[in-house]
Design a protein around this ligand. Sequence first.
Ligand code: F6R
Ligand code: ZN
Length: 187
Amino acid sequence: MTFPFFMPPGVAFTNGHFTAENIITKVTHSGDLAGIFHDQTAWRAIPSETPIYQVEMLSSAQGEGELYVGTTHLNPGRVGDEFYMTRGHFHQRREQGEVYFGLRGSGLLLLQNEQGEARLEEVSPGSVHIIPGLTAHRLINTGTEVLSALAVWPSIAGHDYAALAQGFALRVVLHDGKIQAKEVQNG
Ligand code: F6R
Ligand code: ZN
């Protein structure tokens, strides 16, 4: 008896693009990120249709025990002095973790627990980031090329953006020509 060999989806580790029959993509534009960047005047000066990041995902099963795989492509740029970043979220199912893999570009992964304690991990090609449960996460592009990171997470995790209405405790800015993390005073 012979069994067929199925061709699985593929991912190019140089840029995070998938080859598969069904790829889901979602672009987040500047106009979608109201209240995210601290310099509101600089944010308003950017055309609202400016693409900031794109997520491409494999279409896969949903439900308890199932996994999603997706790549975030975060453009380089700044709003005022603050580097482009993703909105950032806790998982709706707080206990669910995630793994990010840096593929191209350079940046930071901002992690923050429920007590508001934040830390930053450097993201670069080949970096592996284990995001524990109960930890909010945001990608920040501090480089000059697209930052692409592959992620694997439980399909039941969901996103809770509202829990971060006060924002993260750190902002990453270009100050005196240097990439610097600053504590946010008023959340
Ligand atoms: C999934 C995950 C990533 C992000 C993506 C966009 O749990 O962490 O796929 O969803 O980087 O960021 P957000 O969702 O914060 O806009
Ligand atoms: Zn996540």
